[in-house]
Structure formats: structure tokens, C-alpha cells
Design a protein around this ligand. Structure first.
Ligand code: NAD
Length: 307
């Protein structure tokens, strides 16, 4: 494959200014330029957030997200287009966001911030606040995000268990369950955390039965993808107090519609799909793109290749 024109599609502007990445990669031995959708035809390869059908004419597409569920794998394969993703860079960012949700719930920071909006001096009831050491978190998905969450929560004294397809042990997780045993895995956890990719197997994996299996004082966290959760079942579980609360970064429909009952719930923290945001995001993506441009020149296989 020959790549002489690497486009930075302007849809990356959803996460960082496209020019920052173009400048970061300016010394590559290929032409790097920010392009809009009309400019796709000029490119051999492109770095993007969104998918466009015109990508099927290119040699290589790099997604700035780890989740590539928006890309049609079959069509990439049929058209011999390489697809790479950005897994491997979100461990610490998402780990700290999840730690932030847990610290907010345990130290009641979300209720303090809500009260502050109304200049209200409302203190939590004597038995509302708690500390994290000795609590347990069950993390579904033990990849980059899951390991980053385990590492960050582990340093706060939380006992971390994991769920993966095989159930085989993973460093950083005290115990690991197979996906088919997920209801057993979540049954004792104070926090249940989804870090999975969206696939046919994980679609609506967190359903009514899943929330029933959780303790009624447990918190649910989703930083994977919205459709891994049956959102009406989550709303029911929260409304009926069959779980305590939730920290949510991803939703079945994004932006989360104004009429969603989740907005109004006291024990729900909503972040707008920004769990992985960092001022260094373009540098981290740039590192992956640079690595693959080098590998192409050396005729070595790409890292993070999905198709
Ligand atoms: P990863 O590939 O490193 O890890 C995913 C893990 O999930 C892998 O270990 C894989 O084996 C496992 N898995 C897949 N299907 C499974 C199943 N049915 N049961 C159990 N385990 C299963 O990817 P990552 O970088 O950790 O990202 C994971 C997902 O998180 C992405 O696909 C993306 O959708 C989401 N994500 C969200 C944000 C955000 O901003 N909220 C940021 C990065 C990634």
C-alpha cells in the first residue's frame, strides 16, 4: 500500500482541534492536511471520528475513538480498507473519571454541587457518606479501560473483580468471572462498572435481570457504550430503588434527550461522553498514527488493526 496524503477529517473537532493533530504529525514523511467531507477523495488515508461511505475508496482509516461500532466492518473488508482504532490510550483518563464518580457518591459531592446552585447549606444525613477502602467494584471488560479503572480504584483501596469472556485471571483484578456468570459476579459488588465495547454480544447486556442481580445499595457506572445498557430497564431500576444510583458517560441516544428521566435523578451523575477527554488527547492519537505510518514504511503489521 502507498500512502502519500493523510487527511485529518474535521469530525475529530468533536474531541480536539484538527489543526493540533495536523501540526503534531507535520514531520511525517507523508502530506498531512485537515480535510472536510468534500476533501476525502484527495486522501489515501484519514484520521477521523465519524464514518463516511467515501472512506471505502481509501487505503486506511484510523478512528480517534477506541469504540468502532459506528464503522461497517464488512464493507471495509470487502473494499480492502484497513481500519485501526485508538484503544490503549484511555486507561488513565477513564480510570480517573470513574474514580471521580465513586468519590462523588461516597463523599456526597454531587449533592453538595446541586445544593450550591441554590445557595443551600444542606449537609448529608449522618449515614449517607462513606469511604472507598474495602468497598468492591466489579468491572465488566478487562481491556484498556477496565485495567485503567482497576488500577485507579485499586490505589483508592477498592477491591476490584472483573468479568471477561474466558474468566481467566488478569493482573490487577482480584477475581475474574466469565461473561456468562456476570449475574453472580455483580451480586456482591458496591459498584458495577461497564467498560465493554458494543458488539452483538454486549448489546443490552445490562438488562432488567442484570439490575435485579445487583445489590439495592449498589451504584452502576457505564463508560463503554450506551446500547450495552437497556436504558428503560436502568431507569426502572433507579426509580424502584432496586439500585442506588448511576454514573453515566454514554447513552443509547447522544446527546441524551432533554426529556430523559435520568437528568432529574439525585443519585445519577451524567457526563456528556467525555470520560476520556484530556488536553493530551491529540498527542495520544498522534502517537498511534505515527507508529502505523512507521510500520507501513517498514512493511510491518499495523497496531490496533480492527479490519
Ligand atoms: P479494549 O479492546 O482494550 O478492551 C475491551 C475488552 O472487552 C477486551 O478485553 C475484550 O476482550 C472485552 N470484551 C469484548 N466482548 C466481551 C464480552 N462479550 N464479555 C466480556 N468481555 C468482552 O478496548 P478499550 O480501549 O478498553 O475500550 C472498550 C470500549 O470502551 C470501546 O469499545 C468504547 O466503546 C468504550 N470507550 C468509551 C470511552 C468514553 O469516552 N466513554 C473511551 C474509550 C473507550
Amino acid at each position: 500500500r502507498e500512502i502519500t496524503f493523510l487527511g485529518i477529517h474535521d469530525s475529530v473537532g468533536n474531541v480536539f482541534p484538527p489543526t493540533e493533530l495536523a501540526d503534531e504529525l507535520a514531520d511525517l514523511p507523508v502530506h498531512v492536511e485537515v480535510v472536510d467531507t468534500d476533501g476525502i477523495s484527495k486522501c489515501d488515508a484519514i484520521v477521523t471520528r465519524d464514518h463516511y461511505d467515501s472512506f471505502l475508496e481509501l487505503e486506511w482509516v484510523h478512528s480517534i475513538q477506541a469504540g468502532v461500532d459506528r464503522f461497517p466492518f464488512d464493507e471495509f473488508e470487502a473494499n480492502d480498507v484497513i481500519l485501526t482504532n485508538s484503544t490503549g490510550i484511555h486507561d488513565r483518563t477513564v480510570g480517573e473519571t470513574v474514580a471521580g464518580y465513586l468519590l462523588a457518591f461516597s463523599r456526597r459531592l454531587h449533592t453538595a454541587i446541586a445544593a450550591q446552585q441554590d445557595r443551600r447549606w444542606d449537609r448529608p444525613a449522618w449515614d449517607e457518606a462513606f469511604t472507598l477502602p474495602g468497598k468492591t467494584a466489579c468491572v465488566l471488560g478487562t481491556g484498556t479501560l477496565g485495567s485503567g479503572v482497576a488500577d485507579t480504584l485499586g490505589s483508592l483501596g477498592v477491591h476490584v473483580t472483573g468479568v471477561r469472556r474466558s474468566g481467566d485471571p488478569v493482573p490487577g483484578f482480584e477475581e475474574v468471572f466469565a461473561t456468562e456468570d456476570r449475574h453472580t459476579a455483580v451480586a456482591d459488588a458496591d459498584f458495577v462498572i461497564i467498560t465493554l465495547p458494543l458488539t452483538d454480544d454486549t448489546n443490552h447486556l445490562a438488562d432488567a435481570e442484570f439490575f435485579d442481580a445487583m445489590r439495592d445499595d449498589a451504584y452502576f457506572v457505564n463508560v463503554g457504550r450506551g446500547s450495552i445498557v437497556d436504558e428503560p430497564a436502568l431507569v426502572d431500576a433507579l426509580e424502584s430503588n432496586s439500585i442506588e444510583g448511576a454514573g453515566l458517560d454514554v447513552f443509547e441516544t447522544e446527546p441524551l434527550p432533554e426529556e430523559s428521566p435520568l437528568w432529574e435523578m439525585d443519585e445519577v451523575i451524567i457526563t456528556p461522553h467525555c470520560a476520556a477527554f484530556t488536553v493530551d488527547y491529540f498527542r495520544d492519537v498522534g502517537g498511534l498514527v505515527r507508529e502505523n505510518v512507521d510500520r507501513l514504511a517498514a512493511e510491518e503489521p499495523f497496531v490496533n488493526r480492527v479490519v
